[in-house]
Write a protein that binds this ligand. Sequence first.
Ligand code: ADP
Ligand code: ZN
Ligand code: ZN
Length: 732
Amino acid sequence: MIPEPNANSSLIVWEIAVPAPLHKTFEYLPPEEGRPPPVGSRVLVPFSGRESIGFFIRARASTLPDQEKLKRVIAVIDKESLLEAPLKKLLDWVSDYYLIPPGDALMLGLTVNERKGKSPWVPPLNALMTCRTEDDPRTALARAPQQLRALQLIGEGCVSLVELEAMGISKATLRALSKTPFVTKVAMPNQAKISTADSLVLNFGQNQIVDSVTQTLTSFATHLVDGVTGSGKTAVYIECIKRTIAAGQQALVLVPEIGLTPQTRSRFEAALGCDVPVIHSGVSDSERGRAWAMARSGTAPVILGTRSSVFCSFKSLGLIIVDEEHDGSLRQQDHPRYSARDVAVKRGQICSCPVILGTATPSLETLANALAKRYHHHRLTERATKAELPKIRLVDTRGLALTAGLSDEAIEAINKTIARGEQALLFLNKRGFARSIQCEDCGWTAECNHCDSTMAVHRSPPKLNCHHCLSSRPTPRSCDNCKSIRLTSKGVGTEQLEAFLKRKITSAPLFRVDSDSVPSVPVFKELLGNIQQTPSAVLLGTQMLSKGHHFPRVTCVVIVDSDSLLFSPDFRAEERLLQLLTQVAGRSGREELRGEVLIQTRSPDHPLIKNTATAPYSDLAQELLGRRHSLGLPPYGALGVIRADARQERDAIEFLSQLKEQLTPNTGSRLVGPIPALMTRRAGLYRYHIVVHGQTRKAIHETLKRAINTGSTLKIGRKTSWFVEIDPTEIV
Ligand code: ADP
Ligand code: ZN
Ligand code: ZN
């Protein structure tokens, strides 16, 4: 219940956003002494029996009737807000648009340590810069020739203390000089030393894009760079970043996966001649804090990161690039849920800077925006190295005897590739040894005790493992049901395929890339390095291998089991499959070598599978767009979802039923459900949802807001964990 404003109240309180599941701010009495800090500054407040960080929003008259209960702010932490004005504005928008409580949204703009109330990392003052003064240093320092010499060495610029010492200036001299008014100690800017010697000469198409993007460096525009794999998109990003840096601005580059950062990072560092700090879950908190602070202070010209770095602080952001913009990993699937791509576009608008969305397979949302001329649409249809696009061949596996999931035709193609001294890449989206284990006598299958799912078989180490909740159990020797020992594994996983290929192909090494074999970024980096250095090899992996990497020696790609990707009731399933097939196929023949792609399938007549072999992605995507249009599904029309998870199935259903009964949807939106999620039980929780269909995002948004208000008043809500989601990526 929101209380009525109390007009007679003259009690001044501070409005504070506290990270909590409640969609509101809280009133506190100001601390005993101290004036209101700048908006967005961190404060320490008592909250539900503990101390919590909060954000100062404003000082105003209280609107509460029972002001005696108000607690007092314990302390003000920041003299200046760590959230610069445009970032604060962005986070306010994120809170409103994604329906994230304001305190939780503002937390997104801080590093892990800052969220705990710690001071931000401060770059060391390790350089001297000259200051303009009325006094002439030649007179003032007449008796200190060493200091004068140092001053001459610094000239008009900024020189690091280490460099000055290397030029023979003693520590004592530097200490004395830094106390004079002629210099000031600063953090050495991480200046880009852009060498033109080894930079590529961009082709006509690439140059056109660079010109178009950089002619609006100080105003907002979104550019879709829609280029086939290997068409030189990264080269375009690098040139745009160079121009951004030359204009004294910073750039932010977002990539969907951590796996993509090592390769991308070294390429950017080599081309830009400066450190490119990275922000993703694989780097330590302190390293992330450092990168964040360097961006905030302006000492890092470029930041590279995964989705959460879309909220990184910048002194002067001049360009945002989202690579592989179609990729689902850019969407945060847990609280606080947001799409880093959409936030990036909003950020560009707030900061008045261009945004590049790059991909070989634009998402239908982005494509629709480009078709409606909201985004500039740039196409690169040829590979930059003039390599031809690969030939795609379908292998009908119906009635064939497969060995470890491979047809004879695929095995032959791999053998030939190795014999030519080139690399073959096999894509199989199932890690472990086998998909499941089954009893030959009674048909029993080992299922997870916590999910509606079978357990995958792993051999090293041996166990059954659920890939949804990660629970495991020892591999049974006999059937749980009839005790028969005739247990067989079904469905091939990467471990099994690896074992088979290692026996079959002995003349070339095999590299397996999945989350079991590659536990960390350094291991992945090393592996990628080994792959680059090995002329002939078999690469075998899951999605981890299919994304964005550059494997110039791969000339044969086998999609081992395309059928496993085909059948999903989600409305985005076809779009995802098409993107995946195109992306995996794009790994083949990227330089002077022509490649081939084999798609193994038992559904060769399925329109999508059949057409990937013959039609370009853009044609098929347009077709899918047409279908979405006729069904009124995004990007035409909008979607929201209200989800409830509960230990007892009936609680999830009851909560959503009561909510639906009491909720009046905004006109222009309607509620469908409650319906069970496709995997109803996951990690011991039952999931149901109500889908909100509407013509406009505004209507959906309004309905979801009402759902939050109504849901908060329902008692049964306490037995469930429930939330709303706008623009969900899936509704199954
Ligand atoms: P994408 O990011 O679209 O996959 P890249 O930028 O990685 O493409 O380029 C693919 C390959 O083509 C790389 O080896 C790159 O060095 C090369 N390349 C890119 N642009 C040019 C160019 N203008 N001239 C020659 N080679 C180029
Ligand atoms: Zn059995
Ligand atoms: Zn499970």
